[in-house]
Write a protein that binds this ligand. Structure first.
Ligand code: COA
Length: 338
C-alpha cells in the first residue's frame, strides 16, 4: 500500500559483525565441500562467526549503539525497540528486552518480530506505523542473528550458507515527501516446511531424543527456497514500487536480502537494473538473515552508494515463507561531529 501523511524515514544506521571470520577454505576441513562449489553456487567467500558465549542481543546492542550515535539520538529518547531475529538469546524474555537493558533505553517498549530473513523490512514497516500515527517519535529497528549457533555443522547443504551479524536503524520523522513511500508484505505459510528448526518449540519440546536426532538445527530444502526467492523478490519489489507510484526506472539503489548472488542477480534482471545499482556483500558475510539488509545499507552509505534524494528499495524473503519490500526516498542529515 501507499504510505501517506507525514514522512517517516531512517535517521541513523549502524552495524556490527563479530571479528572471527570463517573462510570457504576453513569449511573444507569441517564438511565435504570446496571453495569452488560455494563461490559458484552462492557467491559466498567468507562469513563472520561469534565466539562461544556471545549471543544475538550482544551483536544487536553494538549495532544499536552505533545507529544511535549516527542519528545523534540518545538511548532514553527511544520509544520502542523492535528486534527482528530467528536466533533469539532464548525463547523468552525477548531479545528486544535484553537490548533495552544493555543500551539503557529505559523508556522504550520492546518486542521481537519473527519473519525470518524478511524480518528487518517487516520491522521497518511495523515501526513506521507508530510514528505515522503520532504515538511514538523515535524507534530502533534491529535485525540481528547468530545463525552459527543453530547450524548443523555436519550438514554441508546449510552450514556453508550463513553468517552472524547485526544491523540497526533509528526511525524518525523526515521532511514530507521523503522516507517510506510504499511497501509490500506477504506470507505463504504453506511453504513453512522448506525452512525450519523442527524442535525446541511447543510442537516438539526438547528431549534427549530430539537432541540426538539433531532436530534443533536449521533444516532447509534449498531448491524449493531458491525457486520461491527468484519468483518473489522481483514481484514484491515491483508491487512496492507500484504502491509508491514509481517504476523500476526510478530506482537508484536496490538493497536485496543477501542470501545468494544468483538470487540477487535474478531480482536485478526482473527489475531491469544494472548490477552497479545493486548492493552486494554476500561474499563477505554469507546470509545473515534479518541482519543482511541493514548491514548492506550501512556499507552502501559508507561507500557513498546512497545519497539524499535517491530512491532505494529494500527487498527480502525468508522463512515462513515470507517476503517484504520497502521503497524509501532517502533523506538523512549528517550528524557526524567534526
Ligand atoms: N559443497 C559441495 N556440494 C554440495 C554442498 C556443498 N556445500 N551442498 C550441497 N552440495 C551438493 C548436493 O548434495 C548435490 O549433490 P547431489 O547432486 O550429488 O545430490 C549438489 O551439490 C547440487 O545440489 P543443488 O541443490 O542442485 O545445488 P544448487 O545449485 O541448487 O545450490 C543452494 C544449492 C542451497 C546454494 C541453492 O539451492 C540456494 O541458494 N537455495 C536458497 C537458499 C537460501 O537462500 N536460503 C535462505 C533463505 S532466507
Amino acid at each position: 500500500m501507499q504510505v501517506k501523511n507525514k514522512g517517516v524515514g531512517i535517521i541513523g544506521v549502524g552495524s556490527y559483525v563479530p571479528e572471527k571470520t570463517l573462510t570457504n577454505k576453513d569449511l573444507e576441513s569441517i564438511v565435504e565441500t570446496s571453495d569452488e562449489w560455494i563461490v559458484s553456487r552462492t557467491g559466498i567467500k567468507e562469513r563472520h562467526i561469534v565466539a562461544p558465549g556471545v549471543a544475538t542481543s550482544d551483536l544487536a546492542a553494538y549495532a544499536a549503539e552505533r545507529a544511535l550515535l549516527d542519528a545523534g539520538v540518545s538511548a532514553d529518547e527511544i520509544d520502542l525497540i523492535i528486534v527482528a531475529t530467528a536466533t533469539p538469546d532464548m525463547l523468552f524474555p525477548s531479545t528486544a528486552c535484553l537490548v533495552q537493558d544493555k543500551i539503557k533505553a529505559s523508556k522504550a517498549a520492546a518486542f521481537d518480530l519473527s519473519a525470518g530473513c524478511s524480518g528487518f523490512a517487516y520491522g521497518l514497516v511495523t515501526g513506521s506505523q507508530f510514528i505515522q500515527t503520532g504515538l511514538y517519535n523515535k524507534i530502533l529497528v534491529i535485525g540481528a542473528e547468530t545463525l552459527s549457533t543453530i547450524l548443523d555443522w555436519n550438514d554441508r547443504n546449510t552450514c556453508v550458507l550463513f553468517g552472524d551479524g547485526a544491523g540497526a536503524v533509528v526511525l524518525g520523522e523526515v521532511p514530507a515527501g521523503y522516507g517510506i513511500l510504499g511497501i509490500d508484505l506477504g506470507a505463504d505459510g504453506s511453504g513453512g516446511e522448506f525452512l525450519k528448526i523442527p524442535a525446541g518449540g511447543s510442537r516438539l519440546p526438547a528431549t534427549s531424543e530430539s537432541v540426538s536426532q539433531r532436530l534443533h538445527y536449521l533444516q532447509m530444502s534449498g531448491n524449493d527456497v531458491f525457486k520461491f526467492a527468484v519468483k518473489v523478490m522481483g514481484e514484491s519489489a515491483v508491487k512496492a514500487l507500484d504502491n509508491s507510484g514509481l517504476s523500476s526506472a526510478d530506482v537508484d539503489c536496490l538493497i536485496p536480502h543477501q542470501a545468494n548472488i544468483r538470487i540477487i542477480q535474478s531480482a536485478a534482471k526482473r527489475l531491469k537494473l544494472p548490477m552497479e545499482k545493486v548492493i552486494v556483500n554476500v561474499d563477505k558475510y554469507g546470509n545473515t538473515s534479518a541482519a543482511s539488509i541493514p548491514i548492506a545499507l550501512n556499507e552502501a552509505l559508507q561507500d557513498n552508494k546512497l545519497k539524499n534524494d535517491d530512491v532505494v528499495v529494500f527487498v527480502g524473503f525468508g522463512a515462513g515463507l515470507t517476503w517484504a519490500s520497502c521503497v524509501i526516498k532517502w533523506y538523512k542529515e549528517d550528524k557526524t561531529v567534526v
